[in-house]
Design a protein around this ligand. Structure first.
Ligand SMILES: C[S@@+](CC[C@H](N)C(=O)[O-])C[C@H]1O[C@@H](n2cnc3c(N)ncnc32)[C@H](O)[C@@H]1O
Length: 300
């Protein structure tokens, strides 16, 4: 993996990435504006001894600089006033930009970090269809939906490959694809050794199938956000490149703000679709987040 990093990052950035992966993440929270304002929650937590710092990219997101008690068991957490979430994950719903009157599908929803945020941006209106293939992941999703007070969603325990059978065409689709989680090493050091090249290949094959299925379930003018918590080009640009080369009527769209670095347009000796430069990459050593990839695709 280190040799691969050197191929697409160069030596200096690879060293910096490996060093950054050794530093723990600052915990961060997303305020559930369906239940409380950002200001009110900040005041309540600060009165209890927490120290919060506004996240630049998310007006209702805070880094937790000092934790006076466990963030996952406070009264405010249990009441669904906030969700413990990394900023990279918060950006997914913000980039997708779902609206209250829309039909939105989250193809890989459990445990619901991004789904509950999507619902919040939809102001708990419209239709939010949440799918996950694995039954054992559904209870955590349902618990989070209940805790956060989400009422505009239905949960389906099925393989998203079967999405066309539902005959639903969406305004917005989130495909937070299953991945090797190469970008999560900062959060889970065991991933340094547990993922092999064959895992990347296996995931890439699933990701391509899911992306093609998702794109075919968009309305005209609809948008799909493809994202992963991996920095492997094989799970990101190469997936999008292969699928968009096969399909007509889809284009990569500019993300409204520059959060990360531009996506790769050349990798391992292959030249890719030029518009992949509109996709974005977040790195632990540059952005102080988990490693993440976003690509927003529009059906013309
Ligand atoms: C990266 S996780 C999703 C995390 C979630 N979006 C969140 O923010 O909390 C990927 C999810 O995809 C689910 N999954 C894997 N393959 C799937 C498939 N073929 N159809 C639907 N869900 C799938 C996994 O069970 C897992 O929950």
């Amino acid at each position: 993996m280190i040799q691969r990093y050197i191929q697409f990052l160069g030596l200096d950035d690879t060293v910096n990435l490996l060093k950054a992966n050794e530093k723990p993440l600052i915990p961060s929270i997303r305020v559930n504006m369906l239940k409380i304002s950002a200001l009110d929650l900040k005041q309540r937590l600060e009165e209890k001894g927490f120290e919060l710092e506004q996240i630049e990219w998310v007006p209702y997101g805070f880094n937790v600089i000092r934790e006076s008690h466990n963030l996952g068991s406070s009264h405010e957490f249990l009441q669904g006033y906030y969700y413990l979430q990394n900023v990279a994950s918060m950006l997914s719903a913000i980039i997708l930009d779902p609206k209250p009157n829309e039909i939105v599908i989250d193809m890989c929803a459990a445990p619901g970090s991004k789904s509950t945020h999507v619902a919040q941006l939809m102001r708990n209106e419209g239709s939010l269809i949440l799918i996950d293939k694995y039954k054992n992941r559904i209870p955590a999703l349902e618990t989070n939906l209940r805790r956060m007070g989400i009422i505009n969603s239905i949960v389906l325990n099925m393989d998203s490959i079967n999405l066309p059978k539902l005959k639903i065409y969406a305004d917005k689709i989130l495909l937070d694809a299953p991945c090797t989680g190469e970008g999560l090493i900062k959060q889970d050091p065991s991933r340094k050794k547990s993922k092999k090249m064959r895992d990347i290949e296996k995931m890439a094959s699933i990701q391509k199938k899911l992306l093609k299925t998702g794109l075919n379930s968009l309305k005209e003018g609809g948008m799909l956000l493809y994202c992963t918590c991996s920095i492997a080009p094989e799970e990101n640009e190469l997936v999008v490149n292969e699928i968009l080369s096969e399909l007509d009527n889809f284009g990569i769209t500019k993300i409204s703000k520059n959060y990360g670095l531009k996506g790769l347009t050349e990798i391992f000796g292959n030249k890719l679709i030029e518009d992949l430069k509109l996709s974005q990459r977040l790195y632990p050593h540059i952005h102080d987040t988990i490693g993440f990839y976003f690509c927003l695709i529009k059906k013309n």
